[in-house]
Design a protein around this ligand. Structure first.
Ligand code: NAD
Length: 443
């Protein structure tokens, strides 16, 4: 099938590449000319394991193309996917300007029956706004073309996006038209072979499903962080507690890891956006607000520990930092806990020597002019001459480091671990003080 994707970010590019991989003819459109120029030169603007390979061979096969031309994109197909950003507005609600801009382009150029598929995460009721924007353009062209709007939220995880897209847990289709539903069934049939993953529902429920999923996942994290903070004050070890509760199948081991807060482009903005939606209809979302505020506080916990260790005097201190991306296997630094920590440290007069396996270019882009940040080529360089070591991202290569070398390189033998990567006894054996999240009284 011919398919158009608006937006070539994490979701749009992965969607486009995976759909092309199974045989569809995909045209990806983005307003970012530099991004499209890179893609046309065979460069992948983001780090996502496995993506480069699929993009390369689908481009070579002629099934994946890129453009900045909205008219060409709309004319390419009768299936228009919207995968543009929905960043938080000033008050935390979702900013729909990019989504409605795409909808207007579709209405401006479509010349036959079209299905508009919303893959971006958008508040309940957005499909109606998309419909109105398309209709407005058709009216101004004096056309009465038929079209349908479908909500098809995306659940891929950065760092595992290809696998998630190729083998989805579920494919949600929010739809009020059999014709559109049939087209979506055909699009996704290659991903639906082993068992039926398609879940059909009404449009508003589909829109809410995405927020409900992210809000529940964020709730699990904030819940564990709250218990970790209690554990710390009560002399208990959250890691033992985690294993203890995870063994109950009603709770399970997934996604109950405490840490220095969740970040990324989705959880923070989606929890906020859902809370603002609730507010807008006069409902106080107490739980969502608490999830958000626990996370806000948790992002400052590592700084508080470091500041406490130095009795509040961080002037001139150098912190070696491992991990900048908001989670492993991505270069995405949106809302990353490392950013909060660095900014807290700078405010307190400290400097940072940082290393991340994939997010160095992104850090350079964000903090290129920051004199209080030294970007290091390896994790070893990041600790050389530093006062202490702090860890914000659980990359595999940080899991089993040379503790002897750490102890020899940092001036104060202390590791502040925001991801609970180590066994405290092992660090003790190397003469290192270990401050992690929720691990007993010495924290
Ligand atoms: P992104 O910021 O990586 O990419 C968005 C892209 O849209 C950018 O390249 C931007 O230039 C482009 N764009 C903006 N306006 C455009 C227009 N008018 N026409 C064409 N392109 C335009 O965003 P993302 O992380 O891919 O997220 C996209 C959506 O998917 C968001 O709503 C997000 O919440 C949701 N989502 C993201 C993830 C994730 O892990 N990143 C997962 C599931 C859902």
């Amino acid at each position: 099938m011919n398919i158009t994707i608006f937006g070539t970010g994490y979701v749009g590019l992965v969607t486009g590449a995976c759909l092309a991989d199974v045989g569809h003819n995909v045209l990806c459109m983005d307003v970012d000319q530099a991004k499209i120029a890179k893609l046309e030169n065979g460069q992948i603007p983001i780090y996502e394991p496995g993506l480069e390979n699929i993009v390369r061979h689908t481009v070579e096969a002629g099934r994946l193309c890129f453009t900045t031309d909205a008219e060409k994109a709309v004319r390419h197909s009768s299936l228009q996917f919207i995968a543009v950003g929905t960043p938080p507005d000033e008050d935390g609600s979702a900013d729909l300007q990019y989504v409605t801009a795409v909808a207007r382009s579709i209405g401006q150029y479509m010349d036959d029956y079209t299905v508009v598929v919303d893959k971006s995460t958008v508040p309940v009721g957005t499909a109606d706004k998309v419909k109105a924007a398309v209709r407005g353009q058709l009216d101004s062209r004096g056309l009465e073309l038929e079209f349908d709007v479908v909500s098809n939220p995306e659940f891929l995880k950065e760092g595992a996006a290809i696998n998630d897209f190729m083998k989805p847990d579920r494919i949600i289709i929010g739809c009020d038209s059999d014709r559109a539903a049939d087209m979506l069934r055909e699009v996704y049939s290659p991903f639906n072979r082993s068992h039926d993953r398609m879940v059909y529902m009404d449009i508003r429920s589909a829109e809410l499903t995405k927020y409900a999923a992210n809000a529940l996942l964020a709730t699990k994290i904030s819940f564990m962080n709250e218990i970790a903070n209690l554990a710390e004050r009560l002399g208990a070890d959250i890691e033992a507690v985690r294993r203890g509760i995870g063994s109950d199948p009603r709770i399970g081991y997934h996604f109950i890891y405490p840490g220095c807060g969740y970040g990324g482009s989705c959880f923070p903005k989606d929890v906020q956006a859902l809370a603002r939606t609730a507010e807008s209809i006069g409902y106080e979302a107490k739980l969502l607000n608490a999830v958000e505020s626990v996370n806000y506080a948790q992002k400052h916990v590592l700084f508080d520990k470091i500041s406490h260790y130095f009795r509040g005097d961080l002037k001139g201190k150098v912190v070696g930092l491992w991990g900048l991306a908001f989670k492993p296997n991505t270069d995405d630094m949106r809302e990353a806990s490392a950013r909060t920590l660095m900014e807290d440290l700078w405010k307190a007069g400290a400097t940072v020597q940082a290393f991340d396996p994939e997010a160095m270019e992104e850090t350079q882009r964000i903090y290129g002019d920051e004199a209080r940040l030294t970007l290091c080529g390896t994790k070893e360089q990041a600790i050389k001459g530093a006062d202490v070591l702090a860890i914000c991202t659980e990359w595999k290569e940080f899991r089993s480091p040379d503790f002897k070398a750490i102890a020899e390189n940092i001036k104060h033998p202390v590791v502040f671990d925001g991801r609970n990567l180590y066994e405290p006894e092992i660090l003790e054996r190397h003469g290192l003080l270990y401050y992690a999240i929720g691990r007993g009284r010495n924290q």
